[in-house]
Design a protein around this ligand. Structure first.
Ligand code: PGA
Length: 220
């Protein structure tokens, strides 16, 4: 069985109480997760409390951030450097299309972020909008996220996502896993994860509901 990575991107949502309830309502205790890694990406203010609760409840979850600084430690007010985040988390999303569009992140900035993340032993999940988006060296995880599918309720077709995933994998031997993201639900997840070159999903809106996200994990 191939490895599957199922990522919840909560974006700018959830209070501490809501996150607490979400973790209590996740129903994965009886699932076979032997080939699945579940990665929760809460907003920064929740990384530590979610980390604590995951440890306390002994939940089989990894943590990631939704972004990371392009700088290291130092006089960078408001920034979140990889070397500090790596205390609690294993992954970080880098280059999400919302960062590219709304925060003007370029391929150069994104490459700096990915490089600093790797230097601190974080695994960057680099988001691309198609096979022609540049992927920096040493990136193992790429998420194909076509802009039209994000938050629209209309996903790409699994067949097209497979074509892009295969092409992305062929670009560089460092790229080991390609995930699909964009309007993934419990209903359509298996149509993506059954594709040969797709190793998981990045889930936005549907990850906010613990029942729906549990069903995504089960159906993947
Ligand atoms: P969506 O978001 O699942 O709400 O479409 C995916 C993403 O932005 O990563």
């Amino acid at each position: 069985m191939k490895n599957l990575y199922i990522v919840a991107n909560w974006k700018a949502n959830m209070t501490q109480i809501e996150a607490n309830n979400w973790l209590s309502e996740l129903q994965i205790k009886n699932y076979n997760l032997s080939n699945k890694e579940i990665i929760i990406c809460p907003p920064y203010h929740l990384l530590y409390p979610v980390h604590q609760q995951v440890m306390q409840m002994q939940l089989p979850l990894s943590l990631g951030s939704q972004d990371v600084s392009q700088y290291g430690r130092g006089a960078y007010t408001g920034e979140q450097p990889a070397s500090l985040l790596s205390e609690y988390i294993k992954f970080c999303i880098v280059g999400h299309s919302e960062r590219r569009e709304k925060f003007h992140e370029t391929d150069t900035i994104i490459a700096e972020k990915a490089s600093l993340a790797s230097a601190s032993n974080l695994l960057p999940i680099l988001c691309v909008q198609g096979a022609d988006t540049s992927v920096p060296k040493n990136v193992k995880f790429v998420a194909y996220e076509p802009v039209f599918a994000i938050g629209s309720g209309t996903s790409d077709t699994p067949e097209n996502a497979e074509i892009v995933a295969k092409e992305v994998r062929g670009k560089d031997k460092d790229i080991m896993y390609v995930l699909y993201g964009g309007s993934v639900t419990a209903e359509n997840v298996a149509s993506f994860t059954k594709m040969e070159h797709i190793n998981g999903v990045l889930v936005g809106k549907a990850s906010l509901d613990p029942q729906e996200f549990s069903a995504i994990i089960q159906n993947a």
